[in-house]
Design a protein around this ligand. Structure first.
Ligand SMILES: [Zn+2]
Length: 300
């Protein structure tokens, strides 16, 4: 009787965990040390780490050497992530777009040399602009080179326009250093929840199950200010957080989209291949235009 009850409980727990909305946080362009108003580069790095610490979430930062990454302060900023249990992955040294495979591969290895002694170093690679190459030869050559170097493509399933909102917020601060940032915070939190819901629905349509999502955010002022609010809102809306390696163990990430230079999330690329959504809904440019209109209407 007891064992039957236990079995029933275990089954119930399993059903709950199979239905869980799970994601991992990924930050591109770390550690961005470009000057901004409000917070110094060191304060921005600490702002991100503090939010993660407070919410007890482990994330991954994808590093570049440019924008201050390859300086003593930049290397120290990356090391701080590793020391707190986060992972440090590769985003190319120069934040390149893949046009010349040979120089691109060299740039990936240059970034690897920058991060390989940093605590938390892991061989996960994030393509800048989510673009894997605009010819079959470039794309397949890069896939082979990454595999040979022991790297995996750290795909994104939940894209966001945090970088665009960050740009708007910094512009606003230049116009008025004392501007009320409350509306930016509110817009951003809603945007992330909306993007996460859309990705969840798309995953259900594609895979017929909950997948372990990877959300794309950036190492920027916006997140240094509001990451805590975003994490909190996701939790309140039923999302839970897993470590990056646990998320990337989801078999979804073994998929290799056939499209070239998609610039979209893995789910969108796969959906496009399978004809699950009209192509015109998926382009980055269209989504970008839509977001710009929404921001304008919100007065941001
Ligand atoms: Zn980037």
């Amino acid at each position: 009787m007891v064992s039957l009850l236990r079995l029933a409980l275990a089954t119930a727990c399993l059903a709950v965990s199979l239905q869980a909305q799970v994601l991992t946080l990924t930050f591109d362009d770390g550690p961005n040390r470009v000057k901004t108003l409000l917070l110094s580069p060191g304060e921005r790095n600490e702002g991100l780490l503090q939010a993660l610490r407070k919410e007890k979430v482990h994330a991954i930062v994808f590093a570049n050497g440019v924008d201050g990454g390859d300086t003593p302060e930049g290397r120290e900023a990356l090391a701080a992530w590793g020391r707190e249990g986060h992972l440090v992955g590769n985003h190319t040294y120069s934040h390149l777009r893949l046009t010349d495979p040979a120089s691109y591969q060299a740039d990936v290895l240059r970034c690897d040399a920058l991060i390989r002694t940093v605590p938390g170093y892991t061989r996960l690679f994030r393509f800048p602009y989510l673009k894997e190459g605009d010819t079959t030869a470039a794309r397949d050559g890069m896939r082979k080179a990454l595999a040979e170097a022991g790297y995996r493509n750290a795909h994104v399933t939940i894209p966001t326009f945090d970088w665009l909102l960050d740009e708007r917020l910094r512009t606003r601060l230049r116009q008025d250093p004392r501007a009320d940032l409350g509306p930016y915070r509110a817009y951003y939190v809603e945007h992330v929840l909306d993007q996460a819901d859309r990705a969840r629905a798309l995953a259900q349509k594609l895979a017929g199950r909950e997948v372990k999502h990877a959300i794309l955010l950036h190492h920027c002022l916006l997140n240094a200010l509001f990451l805590g609010d975003v994490i909190h809102a996701l939790k309140v809306n039923g999302w839970s957080f897993v470590d990056p390696l646990e998320a990337y163990a989801d078999p979804l990430y073994l998929e290799a989209p056939r499209g070239l230079d998609t610039g979209t999330s893995l789910l969108q690329a796969l959906a496009r291949e399978k004809g699950l959504l009209p192509t015109h809904l998926l382009g980055l440019e269209e989504a970008y235009d839509r977001e710009k209109v929404a921001l304008r209407e919100a007065g941001l």
